[in-house]
Write a protein that binds this ligand. Structure first.
Ligand SMILES: NC(=O)c1ccc[n+]([C@@H]2O[C@H](COP(=O)([O-])OP(=O)(O)OC[C@H]3O[C@@H](n4cnc5c(N)ncnc54)[C@H](O)[C@@H]3O)[C@@H](O)[C@H]2O)c1
Length: 85
């Protein structure tokens, strides 16, 4: 499993419990930029500022992650024939 996050509102400390998990890899990446993490079977896209305070502070970023970010995750799913949920 690969977790992708730009840490704009998240924190690496949220992943502390996975530090010894060899099946998990973290990639710091803004999904609004094209990216490729290699072959995957599923893509789960939860990336977004996710509170009213962050929507106000990061208005443009919220719109971009919902548009460009979604497009880039769709591209990964298409390239690797993965399911996007
Ligand atoms: N928590 C809820 O009650 C709730 C309810 C309805 C919908 N949602 C939606 O579910 C999703 C996840 O919510 P959550 O509560 O887990 O939020 P969260 O803040 O815990 O996780 C969202 C993560 O997205 C990351 N992120 C933001 N922009 C990014 C970008 N451009 N590239 C890469 N990473 C980026 C943030 O750094 C953060 O770690 C959001 O889209 C949110 O709107 C959440």
């Amino acid at each position: 499993m690969i977790g992708v996050d730009n840490l704009s509102t998240g924190s690496e400390s949220n992943l502390a419990h996975l530090s010894g998990e060899r099946r998990f890899e973290f990639v710091e990446q803004d999904i609004c930029q094209p990216f490729d993490i290699g072959a995957v079977d599923f893509v789960f896209n939860f990336a977004s500022p996710a509170s009213p305070v962050d929507y106000a502070r990061l208005g443009v970023e919220t719109l971009l992650v919902g548009s460009a970010g979604t497009l880039n995750t769709l591209e990964i799913a298409r390239r690797h024939k993965a399911k996007l949920t």
